[in-house]
Design a protein around this ligand. Structure first.
Ligand code: ATP
Ligand code: MG
Length: 459
């Protein structure tokens, strides 16, 4: 399609009614509330230009233009309109307005630059003019905003529609995934009092491995060595931590050590795991449809996974009844299974698993559940985000056995904060327990018992 052929269809001529409808310049106070600070021309002029421009864009023609050419075409159209209406606009403003329009038409509007920025890990939208980002473990307010609530609501609608859902007063909460794999949660009015709210966990294009985590200071080489041995000896591992503490990232890193010959089944609410192995079967839950039917829970999927001849089962995060089925899987020959859990300490993680099992299986006595847990889980890794913005392994705990009805645990590593450096970063070390591991016979079976003791002695 040549540039000259596109022009008339792309930016159609204004009709007489449109040309008469808006004065060339609206008094500056007409719409100050919608000001978007990044433009220097008066907001009302920008708003007028936007309306005129949108009015002259033919959706069919827009769809036909390659996305990378759209910006140029829109810029040209804005230039034309500005000249027609004698509106003063410099080249930068013209480019900026065209960029905003293109982002609105094709993407997520003002969130696009944040999505494109790889240093941003999370994007949190609390209503049209309060947008926060997380960068290097710290949260900042972003220098972008939506024009108004309708603008933001429109973008929410677009995210939901893309995954075949809708978001409105009758279904005000939606989980979705963006095209690039980022995880999104939307909460709409009336639940969102100042909303709509959007929370985006950006998808990292490059997976993080153990060497990266050591490089980031998330753990020492020694901790990494022990975790590698645990993965090689097919320990059943639970990764515990708070929201956004790095649980999924840690599990992704550990999963890289799985032998390529194994059949791995993953079960997730929103697929985030990035397993590199060739023989991976990925399952994702399904929310109920608009009539409230057709829901498939994690529990359903874990049960089904057991019938798929898995070597290992990986559950994105246990939150409910599937905890019971996870223990069953770990106890019945699917060694090397993994999951994450929301908990504050490694002991708390066990209590949470116990509670989840209890809630899904009323009447099962605590003692029986604990025995199951002790038989199933070998190792718990606690990750956390500290005040200095760093994400670190806080505890690596072995589940050793029962004494009476108390679960015996041993902290192989425990993070100690020694103080704060001049750069505001914590100085830390690990307290190491050199006890003989309870899983000694398992390590010996894999011929890794000596390597384990050597790793503990390595510092
Ligand atoms: N060790 C780390 N160092 C630096 N950044 C990290 C580290 N671990 C995770 N991150 C980043 O922090 C963000 C949150 O990580 P992740 O998704 O693993 O957390 P999570 O605990 O699984 O969160 P949620 O509770 O929401 O499931 C991601 O953007 C990730 O890239
Ligand atoms: Mg996670």
């Amino acid at each position: 399609m040549s540039g000259t052929a596109v022009r008339p269809a792309f930016g159609r001529r204004p009709t007489m009614a449109e040309a008469m409808a808006l004065p060339a310049v609206i008094a500056a106070e007409a719409a100050p509330a919608q000001a978007i600070p990044v433009h220097s021309a008066p907001a009302a002029i920008i708003a007028e230009l936007r309306t005129l421009c949108l009015g002259r864009l033919d959706p069919a023609a827009v769809a036909a233009v390659a996305p990378e050419r759209l910006q140029t075409e829109v810029e040209r159209l804005i230039g034309e309109i500005a000249t027609d209406r004698r509106i003063q606009l410099n080249a930068r403003e013209q480019r900026q307005l065209a960029g905003d329009l293109v982002n609105d038409m094709l993407g997520l509007g003002p969130l696009e630059p944040l999505l494109a920025d790889d240093t941003i890990a999370d994007i949190m939208v609390n209503g049209p003019d309060r947008i926060f980002i997380e960068r290097l473990g710290k949260v900042y307010q972003a220098n972008v905003r939506f024009r108004d609530t309708e603008h933001l609501a429109g973008i929410c609608q677009r995210i939901a529609t893309a995954v075949g859902r809708r978001v409105d007063e009758s279904s005000p909460m939606v989980d979705a995934r963006l095209q690039d794999g980022s995880r999104v949660n939307i909460v709409f009015t009336p639940l969102a009092l100042d909303g709509p709210y959007i929370s985006i966990r950006k998808f990292r294009k490059r997976t993080i491995n153990f060497d990266d985590l050591v490089g980031f200071g998330t753990m020492t080489q020694q901790v990494a060595s022990i975790l590698k041995l645990a993965a090689s000896a097919r320990f059943n591992v639970v990764i515990s931590g708070g929201t956004g503490s790095g649980k999924t990232t840690m599990m992704n890193a550990m999963s890289q050590l799985i032998d390529p010959g194994e059949r791995v089944v993953t079960v997730e609410d929103a697929a985030e795991l990035q397993l590199q192995q060739p023989h991976v079967v990925r399952l994702e839950t399904r929310p109920p449809n608009l009539e409230g039917k057709g829901e498939v829970t994690q529990r359903d999927l874990v049960r089904n996974a057991l019938r798929m001849r898995p070597d290992r089962i990986i559950i994105g995060e246990v939150r409910a009844g599937e905890a019971f089925d996870m223990l069953q899987a770990m106890n019945t020959g699917h060694d090397g299974s993994m999951s994450t859990i929301h908990a504050n300490t490694t002991r708390d993680a066990l209590t949470r698993i116990e509670n989840m099992v209890q809630m899904g299986n009323m009447g099962l006595p605590s003692f029986a559940i604990r025995t199951q847990i002790v038989g199933a889980v070998n190792l718990i890794v606690q990750v956390g985000r500290q005040r200095d913005g760093g994400r670190r392994v806080q505890q690596v705990t072995e589940v050793c056995g029962m004494e009476g009805d108390v679960v015996i645990m041993n902290d192989i590593f425990k993070l100690e904060i020694l103080g704060e450096g001049p750069d505001g970063r914590f100085r830390t070390r690990y307290a190491v327990s050199r006890d003989r591991p309870a899983a000694h016979s398992r390590l010996a079976y894999f011929n890794l018992d000596q390597a384990w003791m050597d790793a503990l002695d390595s510092e």
